[in-house]
Design a protein around this ligand. Structure first.
Ligand code: SF4
Length: 439
């Protein structure tokens, strides 16, 4: 860290960013909207969320020379980086943001023009499109000093990050998680992962020139655990009938648990959100005005169609109350243990849904269906995400057999708005709504 950039960063953090946020708010003042016939008033916490996201990307522009920057995959055990003082950014999150702003297709096209296949995950194509052109709706992303990936979500990230490492000439650290074919814990797989973590710590000490602070590490695990537990409680508020938020809200509120895990700002944010949701649930305020049926979502969101889908489902009285995707950041949390940090991190990160056999996913879905009193399931077969989409037709059949849960499959993409068949999707959904109403 050099002095001037460090002073500049501190100044922007304490004075520049808050002033910029205030200024942006002043510029955006609009007359109050009339009440929405489909939805309850927006959650007040959403304003804070927007600030948090803007601040996160805004401050990242001032990191150069002040602190090292790491680009991290969503499933990597980021807690191990925190004591080294990295500013962390998540390309997957940035790609989702591009998808939500409907610029994903354009950024994917840049990557495709350079030879990347349209069959490659759109998160990767958007990020590669950004690496090739520098285009991003967030202004500018800082150049990374380090890449940190785990293949617990897919193998794509490994090849994608290797390309980035070569392009930027920077180190790539990989945390390799053996696939869990069974539920048994411990054994050689666990030893292998703990051994890797010890090696990663040594590697980070070498790269950063800093000694690993074990106390700070334990504190980070503690903080990450508490934050994930809070996120689990936020999701659990949707067990109330009517649910005080829907999964479309939850998708938007995921950023802190994915990108700011292990930081105080994420914990503070979920305390605020939880308080508001619990208060809504207590008063019987539902996120949609008329909740007739309760649904579960499987797979990652279709980011470019969020608003449209939220309106469509709400207009039919259908509330999404749970999703395998949002649950992923709450599911393995109880395994985190600051007293056994490396072992517990290895367990928590290797047990994630995409690194686990299909029967595990099925049991998880059965539990969510019962706990959240779900009437039907919407399965997003995502063109981008093969590990998430594989086996979905078997899951559909088995859930119908075991729990009589009707479902519909919609084929789309997570962030590339070009891969969406409007008519076909609408026809399938309309038929599904009718079938549910007849139940
Ligand atoms: S969306 Fe799927 S394929 Fe793409 S990075 Fe995530 S897990 Fe991997």
């Amino acid at each position: 860290m050099t002095l001037l950039p460090a002073i500049r960063y501190r100044f922007m953090k304490d004075i520049g960013a808050p002033a910029a946020m205030r200024f942006a708010k002043m510029g955006k003042k609009r007359p109050a909207r009339p009440p929405d016939p489909l939805f309850a008033p927006p959650l007040a916490a959403t304003r804070r969320l927007k600030e948090l996201i803007s601040r996160h990307y805004f401050l990242s522009r001032y990191t150069r020379g002040a602190m090292p920057v790491a680009w991290v995959t969503s499933g990597a055990p980021v807690e191990i980086l925190r004591p080294f003082g990295y500013y962390t950014l998540y390309p997957e999150n940035h790609s989702a943001l591009c998808g939500a702003q409907k610029v994903g297709g354009r950024m994917c096209a840049h990557a495709e023009e350079h030879g990347y296949s349209p069959d490659l995950c759109s998160y990767a194509r958007i990020d590669l499109g950004h690496a090739l052109t520098g285009n991003t709706p967030v202004g500018r992303l800082p150049r990374p000093d380090l890449l940190f990936a785990s293949n617990n979500i897919c193998q794509t990230v490994l090849y994608w990050y290797k390309i980035l490492a070569a392009r930027y000439g920077i180190p790539l650290i990989l945390f390799d998680t053996p696939y869990r074919f069974a539920d048994a814990e411990g054994g050689p797989d666990l030893e292998y992962m703990v051994g890797q973590m010890e090696a990663i710590i040594q590697q980070l000490e070498g790269i950063s020139g800093r000694r690993f602070d074990r106390e700070a590490f334990s504190r980070t695990i503690d903080l990450a655990k508490e934050t994930s537990l809070l996120w689990g409680r936020v999701l659990a508020t949707m067990k109330a009938r009517p649910a005080p938020m829907t999964i479309f809200d939850a998708f938007a509120h995921m950023l802190p648990i994915v990108s700011l895990r292990g930081l105080e700002s994420a914990r503070g944010y979920y305390r605020l959100l939880l308080e508001e949701l619990e208060e809504r649930a207590e008063r019987g305020v539902g996120a949609i005005r008329e909740e007739r049926k309760r649904l579960m979502w499987d797979n990652i969101a279709i980011w470019p169609r969020m608003r449209e889908h939220a309106n469509l489902f709400a207009s039919h009285g259908m509330a999404f109350v749970t999703a395998t995707y949002t649950n992923a950041w709450a599911e393995t949390t109880p395994l985190l243990d600051p007293g056994r940090p490396l072992e517990s991190l290895a367990k928590a990160y290797s047990c994630v849904i995409l690194n686990h056999h299909l029967e595990h996913r099925l049991k998880l879905m059965e539990r969510l269906i019962r706990e959240y009193r779900v009437d039907g399931l919407v399965i997003h077969s995502a063109r981008s995400c093969k590990p998430y989409s594989v086996g979905q037709y078997d899951i559909k059949r088995l859930l119908l057999e075991r729990l009589s849960i009707p479902s519909v499959v919609i084929e789309a993409d997570i962030a590339d708005e070009r891969a969406y068949a409007e008519e076909q999707t609408r026809t399938r959904l309309e038929a599904f709504f009718e079938a549910l109403e007849e139940e």
